[in-house]
Design a protein. Structure first.
Length: 163
């Protein structure tokens, strides 16, 4: 059985772009606006020695009261439950938001293996720019760029090597 990776994060951080990179397809819907990929979406991937299944998710709003946001949150929870490891994606350029904190708290409580990754970090070489993400309490952050294909191998190694 291949390990299952769930991509989790608030809308627009680049989960679907990362999904496409990790699966070498363009199957997920990449939106130029927040929250278009509303269903869970599965793909097969292979990178280096690792073979895996990736689940893309819509945005994540743990406290969403109703409607589509509630459904998105439910789908994401189901994806996380199915996964062996979670890749929690934050936006290196936007920095930490309240939603990021909510998601981090949820993942910490769950205790599922979680890799924190800061996407959109192409051209950002100063480590200090990433230090704020320690606040999320999920350890070190791995800078990647899904759209430029940077850090993909490190990310998959970090996520799957311990399994
Ligand atoms: P999702 O809502 O988390 O699935 O995010 P998407 O994958 O739909 O991407 C949201 C926006 O961020 C799109 O305009 C992407 O082109 C852009 N994006 C994704 N990855 C990167 C990246 O590594 N660098 C930059 N600069 N933009 C990115
Ligand atoms: Mg998406």
């Amino acid at each position: 059985m291949k390990p299952v990776i769930a991509l989790v994060g608030r809308p627009n951080v680049g989960k679907s772009t990362l999904f496409n990179r990790l699966t070498k397809t363009r199957d997920a819907i990449v939106a130029d606006f927040a929250g278009l990929t509303r269903d869970r979406h599965y793909g097969n991937g292979k990178l280096g020695v690792h073979e895996y299944i990736v689940i893309d998710t819509g945005g994540f709003e743990p406290d969403a009261a109703s409607g589509i946001y509630k459904e998105m949150a439910k789908q994401t929870r189901q994806a996380v439950a199915e996964a062996d490891v979670v890749i929690f994606v934050v936006d290196a350029r936007a920095g930490i938001s309240a939603q990021d904190h909510d998601i981090a708290n949820y993942l910490r409580k769950l205790g599922k293996p979680t890799v924190l990754t800061a996407n959109k970090s192409e051209g950002m070489t100063d480590g200090v720019q990433f230090s704020e993400f320690f606040e999320l309490g999920l350890g070190e952050v791995l800078p990647v760029s899904a759209s430029h294909g940077q850090g993909m191998r490190s990310l998959v190694d970090l996520a799957l090597a311990p399994l």
